[in-house]
Design a protein around this ligand. Structure first.
Ligand SMILES: CC(C)(COP(=O)(O)OP(=O)(O)OC[C@H]1O[C@@H](n2cnc3c(N)ncnc32)[C@H](O)[C@@H]1OP(=O)(O)O)[C@@H](O)C(=O)NCCC(=O)NCCS
Length: 180
């Protein structure tokens, strides 16, 4: 039985306001690994609350993976910048972020969260989903490719952390034309 056939160890559902603390704690655990995401700790409670409130108010795609024992063990969100009247023209662009606790990786949850988040995006104005991923993050790049994201460019040695450089790969997925 491969990962795709096994039952998932967590269920995927839209985030709720009451999930703030558990979501933030999960983000903090992934951030403190100092490897896969740009954060090295979760933002302050107020900032996380503002972000979550804004996502909920605007009905932007935001799902979590919830395990019966460990609670929230992963998230996937697609954020859209608030329309800026001085720089209009970007409200069809979403920026994807996601992560899972280490022991829940490689089990199909990332695929499941991304599938649901992209499905939710279909009922929004989002046409282009973009993201940045470290070149060293092979599992994440493989996941994004599987879902049709394409590499648009590479920012070489864009991060220097703990004495290590990493390239940042810019990827994007345009809404398939049949969905327009
Ligand atoms: C990236 C991440 C979200 C992927 O989620 P996941 O649940 O581990 O991925 P899945 O089990 O759904 O696997 C998806 C695909 O990724 C690839 N993949 C998974 N684990 C892999 C590994 N260890 N090495 C190489 N490719 C791997 C496979 O192509 C797989 O597809 P397949 O099973 O159909 O072959 C997860 O590993 C994670 O949270 N990593 C740390 C945080 C992070 O990197 N966030 C993204 C920042 S841009």
């Amino acid at each position: 039985m491969n990962a795709a056939e096994k039952p998932l160890p967590a269920s995927i559902r839209p985030i709720r306001a009451a999930d703030l603390e558990e979501f933030r704690a999960c983000l903090d655990r992934v951030a403190r690994e100092r490897v896969h995401i740009a954060f090295t700790a979760a933002p302050k409670v107020q900032q996380a609350q503002f972000f979550l409130g804004n996502m909920l108010k605007r009905a932007l795609p935001f799902v979590v993976a919830e395990c019966p024992i460990d609670g929230i063990v992963g998230w996937c969100d697609i954020y859209v910048e608030t329309e800026d009247e001085l720089r209009p023209g970007y409200s069809h662009v979403g920026r994807l972020g996601m992560g899972l606790d280490v022991k829940f990786r490689g089990l199909g949850l990332g695929s499941a969260m991304l599938r649901v988040a992209l499905d939710l995006a279909r009922s929004t104005r989002i046409e282009r989903v973009e993201l940045q991923v470290y070149a060293s993050n092979e599992p994440a790049i493989a996941l994004y490719r599987k879902f049709g994201f394409e590499t648009e460019g590479v920012r070489r040695r864009a991060r220097k952390l703990d004495g290590r450089y990493d390239d940042v790969v810019m990827m994007a997925r345009l809404r398939p034309p049949q969905q327009d």
